[in-house]
Design a protein around this ligand. Structure first.
Ligand SMILES: Cc1ncc(COP(=O)(O)O)c(C=O)c1O
Length: 458
């Protein structure tokens, strides 16, 4: 089906918003269903379960992965001050901000404090998908041993013998595959990753180099997931990690909230209604950002405001949340092509598990074009010396959207935040990068440098 600018009702937004979205114009969409006190359902989905599971297996993880030695088996990443990035982004010329076009002074841009959550450097798997992937494999491994009445550590020879009879498979744009594949293979499972044939070559290569089987499929990420699910269902000795529906993935991601809370506390950051916390997270199918937002809402309630970032070609969560509940929509329905350099975010339809959970919890979604991703990847390197993959840079302009766009100002006003912005903290979630080969980083940097030169500073 093609463009539907005459169908704004179907997608629950104004005709002009829908037109901007289908024309790939970057925008901030504030969620009209947002309910600041939307409660998490801890009976059904309790992040504490994931935290307990990670703790139970920390010693095993430490033995199995040398990279987790320093953290005593904890899968965690640093939180770092990012006002240097704020200053550089505030200095970017108006045109590069899409509709968020007011030219901020550096002072304006750094009102409040900026932080960067370094999931790009999460040990072993190098992306935000690590906590979820590890958590699901740990849970599958626990279940298999329990069903056989075997009591031992997950890396004991007896456990490996059992796991060796099983396959763990997953459909992935790459980073979830790395996370699942690496831990599954290390515990002795056969690991299979289903990917679309246009997934990044280096990701496929890296998976194969770890003995993980890569199956390539024509079509997009959703097609790879569907094919993987089907193949796995035909094999009773196979477990399929379902990125679109998995509760165990979701809970694993949600563990990041407690980690962030401890880190903010250590930095002396107060989060309460007078000191709002804004969190901006890149979104693909929605599992990782959804789990994090869910955990943060449980922890901070109305004091935290979560925004997702999506590519202009793949705003699947935005579209799903704007549309009436119960109908499944895809970015193809509004004439978009789901083609973006942010491969981790190239997803046509949002997770049917996560979208309903975010319906009232999420403050909004902003979109970003590919040029801005490369430019911001470069600007991060210039300002802080960090190298991330383009998907990770999607979140960087969140605070600018909130502070400078008409939609962002309205959100502040309606939420009674205008006079609190000086004491706000903004966490931009950097979601992937440390496993990217140096040659790829160089290409990203070259593109970003070229764009930066093409937009000389005013
Ligand atoms: C680097 C990166 N950021 C963000 C995401 C988004 O996670 P999700 O697809 O769970 O929304 C992904 C997904 O693979 C990713 O690889």
């Amino acid at each position: 089906m093609q463009t539907t600018t005459h169908e704004p009702d179907r997608f629950g937004m104004s005709a002009s918003q829908l037109e901007s979205l289908s024309k790939r114009e970057p925008l901030l969409w504030a969620n009209s269903n947002y309910a600041p006190l939307a409660a998490v359902d801890a009976q059904r989905l309790d992040p504490a379960r994931a935290l307990a599971r990670f703790k139970r297996h920390a010693a095993t993880l430490r033995r199995v992965f040398a990279e987790l030695e320093a953290s005593a088996g904890q899968v965690s990443s640093a939180l770092e001050p990012a006002n240097a990035l704020a200053a550089v982004l505030g200095d970017v010329p108006a045109g590069a901000l899409g509709q968020c076009s007011a030219q901020p002074s550096p002072h304006e841009a750094v009102r409040g404090n900026w932080w960067i959550k370094r999931d790009d450097a999460l040990p072993v798997a190098g992306s935000v998908k690590a906590r979820g992937g590890f958590h699901e494999v740990l849970s599958v491994a626990e279940d298999l041993l329990a069903r056989r009445g075997v009591e031992c550590e997950l890396d004991a020879p007896e456990a490996s013998r059992i796991f060796g009879q099983y396959t763990i498979s997953v459909g992935s744009t790459g980073n979830l595959g790395l996370s699942i594949g690496l831990i599954a293979a290390r515990l002795g499972f056969r690991a299979v990753v289903h990917m679309s044939s246009d997934a990044k070559a280096w990701k496929k290569q890296r998976l194969r180099s770890h003995g993980i089987q890569v199956v390539e499929h024509e079509g997009d990420y959703a097609a790879a997931v569907a094919a993987g699910r089907e193949q796995s269902e035909a094999d009773p000795f196979s477990h399929f990690v379902d990125d679109e529906h998995s509760v165990q993935l979701f809970l694993g991601y949600s563990a990041a909230a407690e980690e962030l809370a401890v880190q903010l506390n250590t930095h002396g950051v107060v989060v309460d209604e007078a000191h709002p916390l804004f969190v901006y997270i890149p979104c693909g199918v929605g599992g990782a950002p959804g789990g994090i937002a869910y955990g943060l809402k449980q922890r901070y309630g109305r004091a935290v405001h979560c925004f997702f970032a999506e590519p202009v070609a793949s705003p699947c969560m935005l579209l799903q949340l704007a549309s009436a509940p119960g109908q499944s929509v895809s970015v193809y329905d509004i004439g978009l092509d789901n083609r973006t350099e942010a491969d981790g975010l190239a997803v046509p339809s949002a997770s049917p598990l996560v979208a309903p959970l975010m319906r009232k919890m999420l403050s909004g979604v902003f979109t970003v074009d590919d040029e801005t991703l490369f430019l911001d990847t470069y600007l991060l390197h210039q300002s802080m010396g960090l190298q991330v993959e383009p998907s990770a840079a999607a979140s960087f302009r969140g605070p600018l959207w909130l502070r400078l766009s008409a939609e962002g100002k309205l959100y502040q006003k309606q939420s009674g935040l205008e006079h609190l912005m000086d004491q706000a903290n903004h966490v931009i979630w950097s979601t992937g990068g440390s496993l990217v080969p140096e040659a790829e980083h160089s290409k990203f940097q070259d593109k970003g440098r070229g764009l930066s030169a093409a937009h000389p500073r005013a």
